[in-house]
Design a protein around this ligand. Structure first.
Ligand SMILES: [Zn+2]
Length: 126
C-alpha cells in the first residue's frame, strides 16, 4: 500500500496518489523546494572554494600563466566565480575571492592568466 509522502499515512483511492490531502502536498513540496535551494547553495559554495584552492596552488607568486588542461585536470570549473574586474584595456578577469583568472590564446593553445586581487581593483562605481 502507498503511503502519503508527507505524513506517511496509508493512502486510499487512486493508486497514483502521493498525498492524503492538498495540505500534505503543499507542505511536502515546500520542504523539497527549500531542500533543493540549500543543495544549490552548498554545491556552488563547494565549487567556489575548490576553484579558489586550485587557483591559489597554481598562483603562488601572485601571477602565472597556466595551460587550460592543467587547471581543468586539477578540477577547476571556470563557470563558477565570485566577481570580475575589467581592466582599462577592456580585459575581464574573473575571480574566486582573491584569485583571478582570464582565458587567453597563446600560439594556438588555450591558457589562463592568473592574478591576485589588488587594492586598486575595488570599484567605487559598480
Ligand atoms: Zn498526509
Amino acid at each position: 500500500m502507498n503511503r502519503c509522502l508527507e505524513c506517511n499515512e496509508p493512502l486510499t483511492g487512486r493508486s497514483d496518489k502521493k498525498y492524503c490531502n492538498p495540505y500534505c502536498k503543499s507542505a511536502y513540496q515546500y520542504r523539497e523546494t527549500r531542500k533543493n535551494e540549500t543543495n544549490l547553495y552548498l554545491y556552488i559554495d563547494k565549487k567556489l572554494k575548490k576553484n579558489r584552492k586550485i587557483l591559489k596552488n597554481f598562483n603562488k607568486a601572485g601571477k602565472a600563466i597556466i595551460r587550460e588542461q592543467d587547471l581543468l585536470a586539477a578540477g577547476f570549473d571556470p563557470r563558477h566565480f565570485t566577481h570580475y574586474f575589467k581592466t582599462k584595456g577592456g580585459n575581464i578577469y574573473l575571480f574566486c575571492y582573491e584569485y583571478g583568472y582570464m582565458k587567453i590564446k597563446e600560439n594556438g593553445k588555450t591558457k589562463y592568466v592568473l592574478v591576485k586581487w589588488q587594492k586598486y581593483m575595488v570599484s567605487k562605481h559598480p
